[in-house]
Write a protein that binds this ligand. Structure first.
Ligand code: AN7
Length: 370
């Protein structure tokens, strides 16, 4: 088998690259699809829920799928610097891919509202980190204004190459399951990822009806599906413009990754909902954290708070019968739990402290055995 180098090589025939494109890759993509077997037993739901664990990408989030494409195309066009506004994960990914490409990255982050793991990544990869006294939406506006005057390439999801890279998650799911699932649920911030998945599913469904041309690579031919899933987009209640039907001026949520009041892919996401017959939903911070903990405790899957929003949404909609029993549902877990250690530790019980003696250890063990 060929050494896996990343999603651009794997899906080359489905992406806007040529033989001479200088691919900037870190082995992104190819993430596991994990069935929630323990939660199914524990919570008695009669459906198949699988999580696509995007936290296992090189910088720990799904952003790497889009960033490998965006930075590759920026370098191909001769760009020497990239810029983004970010709630954290985009900045971590941009910083890493810029480092790999040998170009400069500028990242605008909301001061005090970014998880520590993400900040450490942007700093370690050598990004110029600009903390703004404002939120993501302010940063996004500023990035667009600045990029008009200064030669920097924007790598937020308004860069169309980002969505091209991110659509490959849908291809992987179809390859693993043999077809598209009935439902696909994602946490929604800017709504770029839900839009990208819909592009991927739509291309795969279109391929099934078209005849595959001879020059297609093997993987291109495999990725087709008989149907498209219903797309479900879930938001945190304090930051839910799609539920309010309008932009939110002061978004607030413990899930800082999706603390976004002015989604960039607003129009596209409404179209996805309509075309897929899906819906948007919201969950409180408490529900989100509860499900984050459930996944960690009972499935061994540690995702960040924002990511748990997709599973929290699906569990409720299953319970209420909105999602029919017997359905196959894929939930994207967008980022790794290690991104946000503070939130994880704050909701866990403190470790016991004992003297360094055998007796002390044995007494802790005995008091914790069933
Ligand atoms: C873990 O990093 O917008 O709906 O600046 O980090 O495509 O925006 C992050 C978004 C979900 C929402 N889960 O995805 C950023 C940023 C996690 C995220 C989302 C984000 P979109």
């Amino acid at each position: 088998m060929k050494h896996y180098t990343g999603l651009i090589e794997r899906y080359r025939g489905r992406l806007p690259v040529s033989a001479s494109t200088p691919v900037i890759a870190l082995g992104e993509g190819n993430t596991p699809l994990i069935e929630l077997k323990n939660l199914s037993r524990l919570l008695h739901f009669d459906a198949r829920i699988l999580v696509k664990f995007e936290g296992l990408n090189p910088t720990g989030s799904f952003k790497d799928r889009g960033m490998t494409m965006a930075v590759t195309k920026a370098v191909e066009a001769g760009s020497k610097a990239i810029i983004c506004a970010s709630t954290g994960n985009t900045s971590a990914s941009a910083a890493a891919y810029a480092a790999r490409a040998g170009i400069t990255s500028f990242v605008l982050i909301p001061e005090g509202k970014i998880a520590f793991g993400k900040l450490s990544q942007a700093m370690m990869h050598g990004a110029v980190v600009i903390q703004i006294r404002g939120n993501f939406d302010d940063g996004m506006r500023l990035v667009q204004e600045v990029a008009r005057d200064v030669p920097v390439t924007i790598v937020n999801s308004i860069n169309p190459y980002r969505l091209q890279g991110q659509k490959t998650a849908a291809f992987e799911i179809i390859e693993e399951l043999g077809d598209a699932p009935d439902f696909h649920a994602l946490p929604v911030g800017n709504a770029g990822n839900i839009t990208a998945h819909w592009i991927g599913y739509s291309e795969a469904a279109a391929l099934a009806t078209a005849t595959a041309p001879d020059n297609m690579s093997f993987s291109d031919k495999r990725v087709f599906s008989s149907k498209r899933p219903m797309m479900l987009g879930y938001q945190a209640s304090g930051s839910a413009p799609f539920m309010r039907g309008e932009m939110v001026t002061h978004p607030e949520t413990v899930a800082t990754a999706i603390r976004i009041g002015h989604p960039m892919s607003w129009t596209q996401a409404w179209k996805v909902r309509e075309e897929s017959s899906g819906w948007f939903g919201e969950r409180s911070d408490e529900e989100i954290l509860q499900v984050q903990k459930l996944l960690a405790r009972h499935e061994g899957v540690f995702c960040e708070p924002a990511s748990a929003t997709s599973v929290a949404g699906v569990l409720r909609d299953l319970e209420e019968g909105r999602i029919p029993s017997g359905s196959t549902i894929v939930c994207t877990l967008t980022g790794h739990g290690l991104k946000d250690p503070d939130t994880a530790i704050a909701q866990s019980s403190r470790p016991v402290s004992v003297d360094a003696t055998r007796q002390a250890i044995e007494s802790v063990i005995l008091s914790n055995m069933d």
